[in-house]
Ligand binder design. Structure first.
Ligand code: G4P
Length: 527
């Protein structure tokens, strides 16, 4: 049977936002609308229960941040929507970057009081680099926030693309009256708090010049009317291709906590967001509708459930169809895998998957067979590209007090390194292992996890290094010579890729001048 119709109804996206903008709340409302959960509060509860059941998330609780990403699948209007959660805290941005490689679109949530915030910017860079289409939801209109035109202007400036309003707010804060739907030419009147899921109970006023609105909402309505008039004259028409090319972003306003303006976003995801597209492998481009299965590991999470000391590889299905029990080849080493308990994730409840199609995310429990960036196929040799590793921005040497634990330390660090929780570098001169992180908090998480998951009391001992650059050279002999001449500054990462370590930019500059044929990379793509 052709997989075409199943793939055509897939929409796979991630929500990106700065912490506290309302990502969790919006996720919950989307699930509620789609009927995937019945009771409001369950996603929040999940946030809470994760803390209770999982030890290492203790840190998350202390910091009030979301460390782990997960995946939720829901059905809405005959579409299967895969929603990938991303950690908002900047120290976990590496993980988030990788999650973004697995989606076809992103939904950006902005706190209307704060506009586009720092963390969102970094995530946007990744989306832009990949040409990922972005929808924008401006949240918290029930508060005293910034003027919508000003916000729109900022979004356009920061995104470097035009924002095309699909809805427009009438008032804000205590005088937030609702949103005007520019496509359907009607206003939906705001009601606070209510979990109204069907349109039947909506209070709708048709037409922009309806005297009822003017009378009911007074000055706020007049302002919105004027703004909408202006937008209609000045804003570009929505062009789906421009959106798909990452040049236009449809813009929505609402209040997630009040479940208001959320349905419009969900509808837009179904109507506008792309179906799974082709993915690039070193060998060729892979079309989702190809008959044979292929997939790529974009995230590894160790010990999700402390009761089963397992690791779950999150695989984005890139083409064809996955059936439980099918034979898969790990292209990196040719090993065969026959996963019988492949899981999907819904509100942290693991469900066994029988079938999955291109665009879906499946979780394969394993004991280290699968690594970040691995490609799985039915036999063909393929390697998908594009999984980014960023050069760490801080380093710590790691030691153990008890020498008998050195082996455990190495095992733990190897696994945590493969998972991408931290980068581990082995200095060529045999000195203590170096941990490299993009954010400081990663160190704390790793020390905590080494203790709770591997029984190793590790100590961070500081490091003089501040920079690492992966090195390559077209001439292998030249590379060898460079490595031999710089032994004390070379370290190897978990996949044995050599890196040049430096304490100062100037050291890096000198090295680059002395060895012009060596290329220094701040980003390594898995290949
Ligand atoms: P995050 O995942 O992006 O970090 O944000 P989250 O959804 O946890 O929301 C952050 C805070 O903002 C929460 O308040 C949440 O209730 C609130 N919030 C979300 N959407 C809206 C909205 O539309 N309007 C208003 N006024 N607030 C909103 P909290 O006090 O941190 O948590 P809680 O006690 O409400 O759970």
């Amino acid at each position: 049977m052709s997989t075409g119709p199943e793939i055509a109804r897939r929409r796979t996206f991630a929500i990106i936002s700065h912490p506290d903008a309302g990502k969790t709340t919006l996720t919950e409302k989307l699930l509620l609308f789609a009927g995937a959960i019945q009771i409001a509060g369950s996603v929040k509860a999940r946030k809470a229960s994760r803390h209770a059941t999982s030890d290492w998330m203790e840190i998350e609780k202390q910091r009030g941040i979301s460390v782990a990403s997960s995946v939720m699948q829901m059905e809405y209007r005959d579409c299967v929507i895969n929603l990938l959660d991303t950690p908002g805290h900047q120290d976990f941005s590496e993980d988030t970057f990788r999650v973004l490689t697995a989606v076809d679109a992103a939904l950006m949530v902005i706190d209307a009081a704060n506009g586009v915030e720092a963390q969102t910017l970094r995530l946007l860079d990744v989306c832009r680099a990949r040409g990922t289409p972005i929808l924008t939801f401006v949240n918290k209109m029930d508060r005293e926030v910034r003027e919508p035109l000003e916000l729109m202007d900022e979004i356009e400036r920061v995104l470097g693309m035009s924002a095309v309003p699909f809805t427009w707010p009438v008032g804000m804060g205590k005088r937030f009256h609702g949103v005007y739907d520019l496509r359907r030419d009607r206003m939906r009147v705001f009601r606070a708090g209510a979990e109204h899921l069907d349109e039947v109970h909506d209070d709708i006023i048709e037409g922009l010049d309806n005297p009822v609105s003017v009378e009911r909402f007074g000055a706020e309505y007049a302002t919105a009317q004027g703004e909408i008039g202006l937008l209609r004259d000045a804003s570009p028409e929505f062009d789906r291709q421009e959106f798909l090319d990452g040049k236009q972003s449809p813009l929505f306003f609402g209040s997630a906590v009040n479940n208001f303006g959320v349905r419009e976003v969900l509808d837009a995801l179904v109507d506008l967001a792309p179906t799974p597209g082709p993915r690039v492998a070193i060998q060729r481009s892979v079309d989702p509708a190809e008959e044979k299965f292929s997939g790529v590991v974009f995230k590894i999470q160790a010990n999700m459930d402390p009761a089963h000391r397992d690791r779950i590889a999150f695989v984005r299905v890139c083409s064809g169809r996955f059936d439980r029990g099918m034979r898969l080849k790990v292209c990196r080493n040719g090993k065969e895998l026959r996963p019988n308990t492949v899981v999907s994730f819904l509100s942290q409840r693991r469900e066994i998957v029988d079938t999955a199609y291109a665009g879906d995310i499946i979780g394969i429990p394993n004991h280290g067979t699968l690594q970040l960036g691995d490609t799985l196929t039915e036999g063909e040799d393929l390697q998908f590209t594009g999984l980014p590793y960023f050069a760490p921005e801080s380093f710590q040497a790691v030691e153990v007090a008890d020498p008998l634990k050195i082996k455990q330390l190495r095992i733990g660090l190897q696994q945590l390194g493969e998972e991408g929780a931290i980068q581990v570098f082995k200095p060529a001169d045999g000195s203590a292992l170096l941990l490299g992180a993009v954010g400081q908090l990663q160190f704390e998480v790793v020390v905590h996890r080494l203790k709770t998951e591997y029984g190793v009391a590790a100590r961070l001992a500081g490091s003089r290094y501040k920079l690492a650059r992966w090195i390559t050279c077209d001439d292998p002999l030249e590379l060898r010579r460079f490595i031999d001449a710089n032994q004390h500054r070379i370290a190897y990462d978990v996949v044995e890729a050599p890196a040049f370590m430096a304490a100062y930019e100037s050291e890096l500059r000198v090295a680059a001048e002395l060895a012009p044929k060596i290329k220094f990379h701040a980003l390594r793509e898995h290949a």
